[in-house]
Design a binder for this molecule. Structure first.
Ligand code: ZN
Length: 329
């Protein structure tokens, strides 16, 4: 396969703190021989494990970027044993545009793995993570939130894996993160995800969903900050004492967790995040907005549990994710 066109301005083998860029050649109207400059920090202190920390894999999710710009600014060489690689704005064009997907090519970075060195800008970013950054890492943390259209109970998550030893390492790292909730996550479609790529390479992979709605709050940012530190301490990379809090464990046992809209209109949430639901309970109601006097459509929980995610905007379209129910485990 062709080499990646991305050139890092940092040396991954050099000790110390480096703030630089992943320079991706991007020729366009505004800049003929121009580049996309994706910020990256590398903090290394001798031999030891490597953690790869990312935010804004989706560009409208903010807790990860805030926690990671802080970490990149404040962590010193002496705080670290081994190496931390920080990319707070993974899909940088999407982040700059405050969008989930890239405005350059429409790329949803978390559906494009393993990427292509000779593909679109988004595919080139995916390929660089796939073939250059992921192989360097032992521990991988990818911080997500709900973005503009979803809101979540704050949780750290890993997936059920065929390799049970790898799964146990991921669960231990997830629980070390100490989010209020700890999820064993079921994906709607795991194909093309960064998660799947990292797990297939045998990495200890943890993801999160911390809040949403295209913004952040003091509470959710604090969860991300604490979690990032705890994760690095757990990895044996960062010095210090972890601030451990027990998480409530949740599971997504089947596709019945998801509720998708089969109508469009005005969303009335019937249950709030964190609230218990029983099978058959109405969790949301969608009112038609093209006429008056028509009945709303009720959406009912297909299993009992607690509400962990909901559609955030007040209007909903057909096919949208309305709500997610998870089960205490
Ligand atoms: Zn996301």
């Amino acid at each position: 396969m062709k080499p990646s066109p991305i050139v890092p301005t940092v040396d991954f083998e050099q000790d110390g703190v480096q703030h630089g860029f992943l320079r991706l050649p991007w020729s366009r109207d505004e800049s003929a021989w121009g580049n996309l400059m994706i910020p990256i920090a590398v903090i290394r202190n001798g031999r030891g494990p490597t953690a790869l920390l990312t935010g804004a894999n989706h560009g409208d999710e903010y807790e990860g970027p805030i926690a990671l710009v802080d970490l990149a600014r404040t962590v010193t060489r002496n705080d670290v044993r081994g190496r931390v690689i920080i990319v707070p704005f993974m899909n940088y064009p999407a982040f700059r545009a405050a969008r989930r997907v890239s405005p350059i090519d429409g790329g949803n970075l978390n559906r494009l793995f393993p990427g292509r060195p000779d593909g679109t800008v988004s595919e080139k970013i995916a390929d660089f993570f796939q073939r250059t950054l992921l192989p360097m890492a032992d521990f991988v943390l990818d911080l997500h939130s709900g973005g503009r259209t979803l809101d979540f109970l704050p949780f750290a998550a890993c997936h059920a894996l065929e390799d049970k030893a790898q799964e146990a390492r991921a669960i231990a790292a997830r629980d070390a993160f100490s989010a209020p909730y700890a999820m064993t996550m079921l994906e709607i479609d795991a194909g093309g995800m960064y998660d799947t790529a990292a797990e297939a390479l045998g990495k200890v992979f943890v993801t999160t969903e911390i809040g949403g709605g295209g913004t952040s709050t003091g509470r959710t940012v604090a969860i991300a900050r604490r979690g990032v530190r705890n994760f690095l301490i757990h990895a044996g990379i960062l010095d210090g004492v972890a601030e451990h809090h027990a998480s409530i464990e949740l599971d997504m046992p089947s596709a019945d967790c998801f509720t998708f809209s089969e109508s469009e209109g005005l969303l009335e949430p019937a249950v709030d995040l964190g609230a218990p639901v029983r099978e058959g309970d109405v969790i949301a109601r969608i009112h038609p907005i093209d006429r008056l006097g028509a009945e709303p459509r009720d959406y009912r929980a297909k299993l009992g549990g607690i509400l962990v995610a909901r559609h955030f905007p007040g209007l909903v379209g057909i096919g949208d994710s309305v709500a997610v129910v998870a089960v205490a485990s």
